[in-house]
Design a protein. Sequence first.
Length: 301
Amino acid sequence: MELYFSKYEYQFMVLFKKVFLVYCFALTGAINCQPNISGNWQGIIQIDGQTIDKSALLYAEFIQKNGALEGKMRDEIFGSDLFAVKRFKGSISKNSLSFNQTIIEKQKQNTKTSWCLISGTLTYSDSTGYLTGSFKSSDCKRYSGKIILYKSNAQFSATEASPLSHSWVKLFLKDYNKGLNAPIIREIERKNFKFLPIYFETDKADLDSIYASFLFKMIRVVDGHSDLRIKVTGHTDADGSDEYNLELSKKRAETLINFFIQNGLSKDRIVIDFKGESLPVDTNATTDGKQRNRRVDFSFI
């Protein structure tokens, strides 16, 4: 299917592209805009042939200067105090980076553990916020696999002390396996989420299927924040008695709560409220006004 644009739409797109390139150049010093990788990252390093739950922990400190990249990486064995801090150099172009570990600066191992220098290529996804890719070793045979990292607020440690306890790993794997985005993207999604009311027919509490896509997006946002709950508030128009409308607004809120629970959201993440006809958003003197008042509203708490 071909798309046609008016003269003014085309001019707007051209102008937008020019503004974006100027903005990008101001941030990066290059026309080919690339993400700012600098900072601390954490995630896992999964060896080929092992399941993801057997992965080692990986912390990275990236220092990005134009197209060059350098820093340190820290490997840890889950549930132990074994670690290795390695220095690396690399490069970055657009959304992809390559690295080559050059030296092990500090390590702790046992008779069953040996640390290997690796090189690899990672790609940053703007939509998910993850750095993912593959690695291999030149000094250890049959040592290769994949890496998954996300931007972290944790301080990188080049000493024997670990930057974090290992309790974060199980939560990360759970979120990643559910297809959730990296924490930094989930926070942006939460801040930018636009609530929409769910409307109902007269004297009804049935959910129209047209709202399913929006509701699934809301579930995804709540599911991505362990400290976030959603408040569901039912409303009616002014037809009928106060007592009847209060009960109807409750049924409408319960309809949404049942939808959330049936689609994987835990009941303790949802708070119900119902106001009957007491909080209209429009006049009850017109048909359109009544339609806007027959609704369920949402908020994050």
